[in-house]
Design a protein around this ligand. Structure first.
Ligand code: AMP
Length: 353
């Protein structure tokens, strides 16, 4: 393994690219050599979910680039841009371990490697204007509507503009044959697929299943904000989605009944029954939305409609986990609201007529 150096001369297990021209040089050579390039975009604070995308990318390509960039334009002013977890050293070690394990495997692409980490500055990614987090702000932006305005986009109006803009930039820089996104952020993957199609971006979008903790909670860089007691309560989100999926799998197609099955879990969890009638155990949990949508365009399936079993559906949800009611430690005193999202796919189970 070659150990390259960053500017600060700290040895890193992979070449780290801070700017575009050196990466372009490497990429040009790779085109000539006929390499197959996979790309995983991340904001760092890597966990098994991110690593699973990298593993898939290593299996399907000769070389992989991973970006680590906390993109300011997808955070609204009140969101957690400044406190977003940063774990650079650990991230690189985790990636090295994934690569080492991949190299030791007997798979057909065992020689594939992580070619480099793209970790640009904000100025490199937004060379002209300081990036705006204001929906009316100036800048060069990519918008994908109406897809980007519904569900997550309705709760976070700036979000998908920021994601589509930064991914366009990243795709132009890396020029990957395949890009890897997680099902965890399913609407994001649908937006990216639409963007790739509508802008004729020459890459294939691969969507990789959600990695979960052993109790079902979807892995997320933001889970570290929860702390122990809220972490226990948070499992209700995946439980609710799984219950609704079980009902669909048992033959139910009514939109209302499927969504109700998810709502009922929030209501029934005895640990979450509160005196004030609101949801939550150690803390209050507010449901932002529980939505059924069509798989291709995320169009809402209303309560009075049925899921078309030949198409299946996506059931997605978002909750706000409030700080604990009665803090017991200093950490708990400083808790902030954590927004969690998750989804399950209701798989097609009949052939289309
Ligand atoms: P982020 O760093 O949160 O922007 O995520 C980078 C990529 O990792 C996105 O494509 C996410 O969908 C994906 N990802 C995040 N969490 C998970 C997870 N639990 N399972 C699979 N993919 C994930």
């Amino acid at each position: 393994m070659r150990w390259a150096s960053t500017k600060a001369e700290v040895p890193t297990p992979f070449p780290v690219f801070r700017d575009v021209p050196p990466l372009r040089e490497v990429r040009k050579k790779m085109f000539r050599e006929g390499k197959e390039v996979g790309f995983v975009a991340t904001m760092g604070a890597l966990h098994e979910g991110h690593l699973s995308l990298v593993k898939h990318a290593l299996q399907e390509n000769t070389d992989v680039f991973v970006s680590i960039f906390v993109n300011p334009t997808q955070f609204a002013a009140h969101e957690d841009l400044d406190s977003y977890p940063k774990t650079w050293e650990e991230d690189l070690q985790k990636l090295k371990q994934v690569q080492d394990e991949h190299a030791a495997s007997a798979g057909p692409n065992a020689k594939s490697k992580i070619k480099g980490i793209f970790a640009p500055t904000v100025k490199v990614m937004y060379p002209t204007l300081p990036p705006s987090s204001d929906i009316a702000g100036n800048g060069s932006f990519v918008t994908i509507t109406p897809l980007g305005n519904q569900l997550e986009g309705s709760s976070r109006p700036i979000f998908f503009r920021g994601v589509a803009t930064v991914c366009t930039k990243l795709f132009n820089i890396i020029q990957a044959d395949r890009v890897y996104f997680g099902q965890k952020d399913i609407q994001q993957s649908v937006v990216i697929k639409r963007m790739v199609k509508d802008f004729h971006i020459p890459t294939e979008v691969r969507v990789i299943p959600t990695s979960r903790e052993s109790d079902g909670l979807a892995m997320s860089s933001r889970n570290v904000y929860l702390g122990e007691r809220r972490r226990e309560d948070a499992v209700v989100l995946s439980k609710a989605l799984f219950a609704a999926r079980d009902l669909y799998n048992s033959g139910e197609v009514s939109g209302k009944k499927i969504r109700d099955a998810a709502y009922n879990v929030f209501g029934q969890e005895s640990q979450l029954r509160r005196k004030d009638g609101k949801l939550g155990g150690s803390c209050q949990i507010e449901i932002d939305y529980i939505a059924l949508s069509e798989p291709q365009n995320m169009a809402m399936i209303p309560d009075f409609a049925k899921v078309d079993p030949s198409q299946g559906a996506i059931l997605s949800a978002a909750v706000y986990v409030q700080p604990v009611d009665e803090p017991r430690t200093e950490k708990e005193v400083g808790q902030r609201v954590v927004r969690l999202i998750d989804n399950v796919i209701l798989e097609p189970r009949e052939k289309a007529l």
